[in-house]
Design a protein around this ligand. Structure first.
Ligand code: GLN
Length: 453
């Protein structure tokens, strides 16, 4: 079948199912079909690449030229991006039709997708439950087959946790692997774009197409991007898997633990060797993250002031009034909470006590990982301590919400790649196995994931 037919198939599924799921903020049907037509021409003339003609959805945090880019916020509800993010541009240049822009927690702050100005996203496995966040729209769209693949971003778990909660594959690459240019910034030293797909093999293709050095992103790393697909079938004989004891302690739901343990058993059968390891500073990852990420966010979000773009309050009496009411009206509760804690942590007198200390902890966490990677090839554990929770269950308890990221956040602080791979079900809801690799070992991780799938 043609790309036009394939694209139309997904557009029809979006039309019939998205009113229930709320995975999309914007659907770009016309544009998608036009790109699909170009793709079919390229395929016919032999100038196509592997993914040409395959439709996808982009998280609404990636700037899309001429298309609304909201970051899930009222602040950008009227914002039409004037250029494409590098990721968007790269995939557009190989004629991958964009089906639309997916729902997300406002400015990527959240673990349940309930912090979106556009309303909560439903988990396709149980409509009363969250799909995880912040890339909940992309995860729900792929899980419900409203899109075959989608992009997301992961600052502290926002690809892996929703992938785990919706039973799909998600990969957060090494910091610097994928360009951040045109990705609306939350916490710049942690943000990284990545992939949602229904298999490791599909993830390999999309990740390869998205990756690579970009002169427009000063933290982009100039190293070659391997062909991730060619190593998918490598044998896992002798693979050393580290199991950090801190990832299996209290707080982990016992049913989830059983699924993870069963997955590890499968890896033993594939010839892997299990090594017990320790990441002793794991318990400090969430506290350090919730100083560093809000500190960076408070600075990044200062650009939304009602002056050049985005929301502006009505009839401001003077400049201060415009700043205060524009920001006061258009930012949601969680975003305000982060701006306040971040500003506090950076203020004179508190900087050393909070921000500097958090940075020192960040270094210790990174060193923990490096010590472990002297002994093992990959680390495995759960992605999230429990399966998808009910919509509304944690809304009034930010600390309990923050704890959803207990196993995901540490590797963002260390800049490392991580994956969620569907491993089974607990309480009738999907469970993801987390695979953590050393820097720039995405090829190995995808190989490890593919052998299990
Ligand atoms: N849940 C975490 C937060 O709220 C991580 C979000 C993300 O990775 N974007 O900050």
């Amino acid at each position: 079948f043609s790309s036009v037919e394939l694209t139309q198939f997904y557009l029809d599924r979006i039309a019939s199912h998205d009113s229930e799921l709320n995975a999309f903020i914007t659907v770009t049907a016309e544009q998608a079909l036009a790109t699909a037509k170009t793709a079919d021409e390229k395929i016919a003339s032999g100038s196509a690449s592997g993914l040409t003609g395959i439709p996808l959805a982009h998280k609404d945090i990636f700037c899309t030229d001429g298309v609304k880019t909201s970051a899930g916020s009222k602040m950008l509800d009227n914002f039409i991006a004037p250029y494409n993010a590098t990721v968007v541009e790269k995939l557009k240049s190989i004629s991958m039709p964009m089906l639309g822009k997916t729902n997300m927690d406002e400015f990527a702050m959240g673990s349940s997708n309930e912090n979106s100005y556009y309303g909560a996203v439903k988990n396709p496995w149980d409509l009363d439950r969250v799909p995880g966040g912040s890339s909940g729209g992309s995860a729900a769209a792929v899980a419900a087959k409203l899109a075959p693949i989608a992009t997301g971003t992961d600052t502290g778990g926002s690809i892996r946790q929703p992938a785990s909660l919706t039973g799909i594959t998600g990969i957060k690459p090494t910091y610097g692997r994928v360009s951040r240019f045109g990705m609306i910034a939350y916490a710049s030293s942690l943000d990284q774009g990545g992939v949602f797909a229904s298999s490791a093999a599909d993830s390999a293709l999309l990740l390869e197409a998205m990756s690579g050095f970009d002169a427009k992103d000063s933290t982009s790393v100039d190293i070659p991007v391997p062909d991730f697909s060619t190593t998918l079938n490598d044998s896992l004989k002798g693979l050393k898997i580290g199991l950090p004891k801190e990832y299996f302690e209290e707080g982990l739901n016992s049913e989830v633990a059983k699924v993870i343990e069963a997955a590890i058993e499968e890896y033993k059968k594939l010839g892997a060797e299990i090594v017990e390891v320790s990441l002793p500073n794991t318990h400090l990852a969430i506290p350090a993250y919730y100083v560093i990420a809000p500190a960076e966010a408070s600075s990044n979000l200062s650009r939304f002031d009602g002056v050049r773009y985005g929301y502006r309050c009505e009839d401001p009496v003077d400049l201060t009034d415009m700043y205060m009411r524009s920001r006061g009206d258009a930012f949601g509760r969680e975003v305000k909470r982060r701006i306040m804690t971040g500003t506090y942590a950076l203020s004179a007198g508190y900087y050393d006590a909070y921000y500097l200390k958090a940075q020192k902890i960040r270094r210790l966490i990174s060193e923990d990982f490096q010590k472990v990677f002297e002994k093992v090839d990959v680390i495995m554990g759960p992605v999230a301590p429990e399966t998808a929770f009910k919509i509304g269950e944690k809304s009034d308890d930010p600390i309990s919400m923050y704890l959803s990221d207990i196993y995901t956040i540490a590797l963002n602080l260390a800049g490392l790649p991580g994956m969620s791979v569907p491993a089974g079900f607990a309480n009738n809801m999907p469970v993801g196995l987390q695979i953590i690799g050393n820097a720039f070992t995405e090829g190995k991780m995808l190989n490890v994931a593919h052998q299990y799938q």
